[in-house]
Design a protein around this ligand. Structure first.
Ligand SMILES: [Mg+2]
Length: 343
């Protein structure tokens, strides 16, 4: 297979602010694998340096390191073996995820089947997703919450650890109404005592759960034991799946090394008693589509953080309807996704 890598730079509609920093543009790598039969499978690499510490150029280098391995394969029968060889060569899960997506897409395009079908799922239901409140001021956050409620979302995600959390969360609750699930995400901004105190103060607003209140397994376990709010693990989930340290785990295509790794991680997480949901790392449509296909098998326990394409200043090929995302139709990862990349 021939490997092609293209840099894609998408602007955000507004700066995306979390405890990990502020982001104005989203750089991705569009990866194409072309077989000798002329069929092309597409994937993407979506590292987010401020969040996971991995630079785009390192992912590109890792992909380049796999070029000769890929050239010796047609990607047909040996997908798992090929990925295993690439994983030993490339190390970074972001690069493996891009190749995994492209190989699933290629297999689907060759067979005329959507990836969910290749994964053995039955006809998939739309996936419940949360809306993300991007604004950090009370009035702006309240307006976004009211819009999300009117659009049919049943779960909102609010970044915390940013100052004025109590005021913003109260404004969101007031605008969203009593039925809305409100999920917090601190991106590890707090210490254990800070997290316990902050969640104690925020709990009366009615909180579904708090993602990554602190970093580290032991630290998250302590918060989960002491705070009056359910706790989910996100950034610290690598190495956390052999034992349950909190209520839920948030899994991501990029961090798990693609669809194959995501399914494996979800199986392990369920086996030790976690509730599982999926999220993007401001992925492009191929990454979102990959998670949706995987969700057809995983059947997430909670709303997923996959409605993030609307944060990017390009036409969304997978728009949420009534708080749900449909699994894309068409062969492979889905038809109509590539226009977003300008490809
Ligand atoms: Mg998170």
């Amino acid at each position: 297979m021939r490997l092609q890598i293209d840099l894609i730079r998408a602007r955000l509609r507004a700066p995306f602010v979390s405890a990990s920093g502020s982001l104005r543009t989203r750089d991705l790598l569009l990866v194409a694998l072309e077989g000798d039969d002329g069929v092309i499978g597409f994937g993407e690499a979506a590292p987010l340096q401020g969040y996971d510490g991995v630079a785009l150029r390192d992912v590109r280098t890792a992909l380049e390191d796999c070029r000769s391995v890929l050239a010796g394969s047609d990607g047909a029968d040996d997908r798992a073996d090929l990925l295993a060889v690439c994983a030993r060569t490339a190390i970074l899960p972001h690069a493996i995820a891009a190749l995994d997506l492209a190989l699933w897409d290629l297999a689907g395009r060759r067979s005329g089947q959507p990836v969910w079908q290749l994964l053995g799922a039955l006809d998939p239901d739309p996936v419940e997703v949360n809306a993300t409140i991007a604004r950090t001021d009370r009035a702006g956050a309240a307006r976004e919450a009211a819009r999300a409620r009117a659009a049919g979302f049943r779960c909102l995600k609010v970044k915390v650890g940013l100052g004025d959390d109590a005021g913003r969360v109260a404004a969101v609750r007031a605008a969203a109404g009593p039925e809305m699930a409100i999920r917090l995400d601190a991106n590890g901004a707090w210490s254990v005592p800070e997290a316990v105190a902050a969640l104690g103060a925020l709990a009366p607003a009615g909180i579904e759960c708090c993602e990554e209140p602190v970093h580290g397994l032991e630290e998250i376990a302590r918060v989960a034991a002491e705070a009056p709010v359910a706790v989910a693990i996100d950034e610290s989930s690598a190495g956390a799946l052999h034992r349950r340290v909190c209520d839920s785990v948030c899994l991501k295509v990029v961090r798990c090394g693609g669809i194959s790794g995501l399914l494996d991680a979800a199986r392990r997480a369920c086996a030790v008693g976690y509730e599982v949901y999926l999220a993007s790392t401001l992925d492009g449509p191929l990454g979102i589509a990959a998670a949706l296909h995987a969700a057809a098998v995983i059947r997430p326990d909670r709303p997923c953080g996959l409605a993030t394409l609307g944060l990017l200043d390009r036409e969304d090929p997978l728009p949420p309807r009534e708080g749900r995302l449909s699994v894309p139709a068409g062969p492979g990862l889905g038809a109509g996704l590539l226009a977003w990349y300008g490809a």
